[in-house]
Design a protein around this ligand. Structure first.
Ligand code: ZN
Length: 377
């Protein structure tokens, strides 16, 4: 069933009247004679809103039909009033038009293709077919914002075949039937069926938030309009909070953080050498025992092995470092396999290692229980 696509020529239409041509069940899908609801496609999400007060949860185009998925059925033949979620649609139009401006310029300036586009809930991403540098991306960002300030028209054209043949335009796929062209003078000419703002000023602004290598080319993340402003506000707030936490004056966040990290590294080194010193002292207090069991909660997991290595060659020794549950252990003795196996059987756990040392975990027991068990072996 054919639906007149009001959104194609009147992107600002947020309220319309229509007749229900069909109401299909499970899930409830309505077909209207005309609609301002944009069905998901070309990277742009579906419009949401209401039909006679019934929430429209999704809109999809399937085999040429536009299906409005509503919360409950509306009988065939009903005259309905459609009301779009205006905030959502205006946001989509800002992001989508910004994408045209950005992609159009990138493709023109750096001779590549736009191979992906998605308006996500957090970011808008565009994928390009070749590697681009940060400087190139920032240059395009400036040019797009300049074009936003100049408030250029966003033209929607329906060229004849002859006109189209003379036109240079971007297109992501083979198109049959009437081609709809979106043209922003000097920036982009592109075949597209989405919704766009009517002039570039209404995009508000475009902010690049990320650039990463992606499938042999790059993925650029941007935000436009109110979403860009909200993201910038959040960044300013985060920046202020960080400066406050670090008592760093404006513009000195990076050196303050670098200083903090250097301090942290120095303290870690100090802590590590103190922990090894404590361990040596603990080991000395155990020298008279037949089996030395050293519980060393002050050791880091990385220190377990070098600490245990200090005990080698002077009889059996077990080093325990408590974990959230149980212990990490290192067992030093000649042929430790049988002893380790006995420990796993009694206390649960596993491990592996070499001729003179096994490392692993034990699930239960206290250091005293483990000591008594080993002394009795
Ligand atoms: Zn478009």
């Amino acid at each position: 069933m054919e639906t007149l696509r009001l959104y194609e020529r009147q992107p600002d239409m947020m309220r319309f009247r229509a007749t229900v041509l069909a109401c299909r069940n499970s899930p409830c899908a309505l077909i209207l004679d005309r609609t301002a609801f944009f069905p998901e496609g070309g990277g742009q999400g579906a419009d949401h809103g209401l039909l006679d007060g019934v929430p429209v949860l999704d809109v999809q185009e399937r085999e040429g039909e536009i299906l409005h998925f509503t919360q409950r059925p509306i009988p065939e033949g009903t005259r309905v009033e459609g009301l779009l979620d205006e905030g959502r649609r205006r946001d989509m139009m800002q992001q989508h038009t910004g994408e045209h401006m950005f992609s159009g310029l990138v493709c023109r300036l750096f001779d590549c293709s736009n191979v992906g586009f998605h308006i996500g809930s957090d970011l808008v991403t565009m994928d390009f077919s070749r590697k681009l540098t940060r400087d190139q991306i920032l240059q395009v960002q400036d040019m797009v914002n300049e074009a936003i300030f100049r408030d250029l028209p966003v033209e929607i054209l329906y060229p004849t075949d002859t006109e189209l043949a003379k036109m240079e335009y971007r297109s992501k796929k083979e198109i049959r039937g009437q081609v709809r062209i979106v043209r922003i003078p000097g920036l982009d000419t592109c075949a597209c069926c989405g919704t766009h703002v009517t002039s570039t000023g209404r995009v508000g602004q475009l902010k690049v938030l990320g650039l990463q290598n992606y499938k042999g080319g790059v993925r650029v993340s941007v935000l436009c309009g109110m979403r860009a402003l909200e993201a910038e506000n959040a960044m300013v707030l985060e920046n202020q909070t960080l400066r406050h936490l670090l008592s760093a004056p404006e513009g000195s966040l990076v050196p303050a953080l670098q200083q903090l990290l250097q301090e942290r590294d120095r303290l870690r080194q100090d802590r590590d050498s103190l922990a090894m010193e404590c361990f040596r002292s603990l080991a000395r207090s155990e020298t008279d025992r037949r089996v030395r069991v050293l519980s060393a909660p002050f050791l880091t997991p990385a220190q377990l092995r070098p600490a245990a290595a200090l005990l080698k060659g002077a009889g059996p020794a077990l080093v325990l470092v408590p974990r959230e549950q149980g212990f990490s252990f290192a067992l030093c003795m000649d042929r430790p396999e049988d002893t380790a196996r006995a420990l796993y059987e009694r206390f649960g756990g596993r491990g592996g290692g070499r001729q003179d040392m096994i490392q692993g975990t034990l699930e239960t027991g206290s250091p005293e229980e483990i000591r008594r068990f080993l002394e009795a072996l």
